[in-house]
Design a protein around this ligand. Sequence first.
Ligand SMILES: [Zn+2]
Length: 67
Amino acid sequence: MPNGAVNAWTAMWKLIEHEIVCVECKRRQHLAKSEAEFKHFPGCNADSFARSDSGSPSHDVRSTSRV
Ligand SMILES: [Zn+2]
């Protein structure tokens, strides 16, 4: 089984009815909104795991250089 990443993902999430459920914080998100960022409850262990892009949206060089 070469799908280690997939196994890790499925260990972190459950699919109940048509909702994705985080097994850590039990927060749910409907599949229809799966493209949106999943909002974990504060302190959820899976929160950092799910955040694949580490880019900071607040780091806007153009707005700061205008001053
Ligand atoms: Zn969570």
